[in-house]
Design a protein around this ligand. Sequence first.
Ligand code: HEC
Ligand code: HEC
Length: 212
Amino acid sequence: MDRHTQRARRWFSGIAVGATLTLGDPVSAQEMRPRAAEPIPEPQLSERLAELVPTCLACHGENGVPNYAESPIVDGQHEGYLFIQLRDYKNGARKHEVMNEVVKDLSRQDLRELAAYFAARPWPRVDQPPVADENGVVERLLAEGQCRECHGADFMGDGTMPRLAGQLTAYLVSTMRAFRLKERTNNAAMGSLLDTFSDEEIEAIARYLGAL
Ligand code: HEC
Ligand code: HEC
């Protein structure tokens, strides 16, 4: 266990007494390994960020590959989108017991700096197995949901629109289910889009996006 993980475990056992946390299964090295082994270029760290960032990395991954399947990739995600999510975790519009706790004492300026920091790191490439879209079922769902109209032709997102291409499949499943079940309600547009999608359809979409 590296020192960041140790630090997060300690910090974590402090807040998590009696709570059921759903972080997903630990990601095995085999399942998800960054394609490039070179060290990633580090954006400049202020003293304040040097204090905050190690905690984030314990779950979201030193090299950008998350340590838990239900922790999303945040490295290289768009700054505007990251800031909105951090703000929404802080004001409670987006609920998640871990992330609500992580940001509760941070200032707006901290959240801005964290969003800029993670956006400046490179998106890690994780090899999630490609899937065959049998009979074009996934393409039909993506067209029905007009997903590309907002997320972009290649699902790369922009500004406050998240990148979905190459995101962890397990996280995509969990967050799309949360939209459908109205557990994630911080965005009205996404809130109703997945209403008619079944679990199987959500999983098929997630596998497709994860492999992009
Ligand atoms: C103990 C593990 C843990 C720690 C520590 C942690 N996160 Fe998270 N983070 C998660 C999980 C799990 C989620 C998914 C939550 C959900 O489904 O809403 C998440 C979600 C996020 C998201 C939303 C991303 C998206 O695609 O919507 C952002 C942004 C984020 N974390 C940033 C941070 C930052 C910045 C820190 C450090 C200040 C941090 N996290 C610390 C586990 C963690
Ligand atoms: C009207 C525009 C719009 C359409 C159409 C749309 N989305 Fe989104 N989507 C968004 C916005 C905006 C967000 C960010 C919400 C927020 O800020 O919390 C988002 C967030 C998401 C997320 C969460 C990403 C993350 O990192 O947590 C997923 C997954 C997603 N959309 C999948 C889809 C799929 C699949 C479709 C098609 C069925 C779709 N979206 C159609 C606007 C749209």
